[in-house]
Design a protein around this ligand. Sequence first.
Ligand code: ZN
Length: 519
Amino acid sequence: MTTATKIRAAATSPKPRKTPAETHLQALKERLQEISDIASAAAVLSWDQSTYMPAGGAVARGRQMARLSEIAHKKRIDAAIGRLLDKLEPHAATLPPDHDDACLLRVLRRDYERSIRVPAEFVARSSAAASASYNAWTVARPANDFASMRPHLEQALGLSREYAGFFPGAAHIMDPLIGPDEGVTVAETRALFGKLRAELVPLAAKITAAPIADDGCLRKNYPEAPQLAFAIKIAQDFGYDLNRGRLDKTAHPFMTGFARDDIRITTRVREDDLSDALFSTWHETGHALYELGVSHDLSPPLDGGTSAGVHESQSRLWENLVARSRDFWVHSYPQLQAAFPKQLKEISLDTFYRAINKVERTLIRTDADEVTYNLHVMIRFDLECELLEGKLSVEDLPEAWHARYQSDLGVRALDDRDGVLQDVHWFAGGLGGSFQGYTIGNILSAQFFEAALKAKPGIKKDIAKGEFQALHGWLKTNIYQHGRKFGVDALVARATGKPLSIEPYMSYLTTKYKALYAI
Ligand code: ZN
């Protein structure tokens, strides 16, 4: 069609008139897209801060991110959004509850009612504090310097308390920090952790009483380039699309997204430990596959994962249920041996499989095995509660940390570097409300995987052939595509036919590790 005929065609076909509801909905979606664009710009700055930014950029970057956060928040709490939501209420009532717009209006109403309680000035102050704390932590951790982080941590605790204060009437001070998306309260988390602990502790005791697995084969010298090449090749096999993402290096691996088709992952490499880059890359790949799989029909704020717990279930599913399984390595181990012939030629598949599943009571959560990992999370959750409740001071935190590691895991760090300073959490904004998501993610990873296997029994055989489409397809259909349309409980019930349960997880751990450790 030429330009002239296009103009004629446009002139002769009258535009269909929009209903008032359609007009309001369009106005609302334009506002939501604008907020999302500003938040995405802040996310680019944050990604850059954690990957390529020279240290000299720190102060200006903190100011820039705080400014964008404040602008986005002001737009989020604009009374015009509240008015549009009110006008659209009769329209929402006519839609089926699962309709995209019905879900959008329901989720937005909840987000809006929460956001308007929080002043924009607080959001800017929190963002600036988080940047300053993150930059200080990158220096303080290698220097084992808790004293320099103490004011930052005290500020983070103060900000968390202040935030909780915007939601009076909560049963526990941490409940508003967890937020309604997670589908649990502190009381429910404690009950869940109690049940899990009762089964995990005896299992961990049995395994650690058996002869320990030798992971020496992972501790040779593994040059960085082939590690990264192998990690990203497998990520692509899982379904990660490099036209819609990329991999970069950072201190504490994470996934972030700037647009529906730009979802990035980061990793870190240790040349003396093969497992670090591989499993952290595949962990972040799991997060990225979730974001990339959200239906393009969904607009902000539905266009992301439904909760931190469900998000973590996807990273852990790919990292552990898939990539720490023997089936996976049947196909992938010969490829890894080809990438590192000198280091792995003499190492059998079974020796390697035992090495990557070594169970040991250790100091660092992110390096912990599947069996002891949740014990680390429970320590962090309890310490967060004690700090927020005012039962523990920041000054006494390092020693409280050591004491809990001694009593729960039987290990004690020599310094704070491997104690309270060990990872970026608590030092990059806020304290409290997120750690329970790691354990809920582990629990759900097994529940979702069990449901996928039930629906498609060939998945394990596929994995042993290096084929992941059936699993990826099931996850996309049952979890990814829905974005934030459904809450945790509804999503878990839809996908697995049951409420959240620790049974699939404990049965997975028990079966796997009984065989590995002959207990
Ligand atoms: Zn994660």
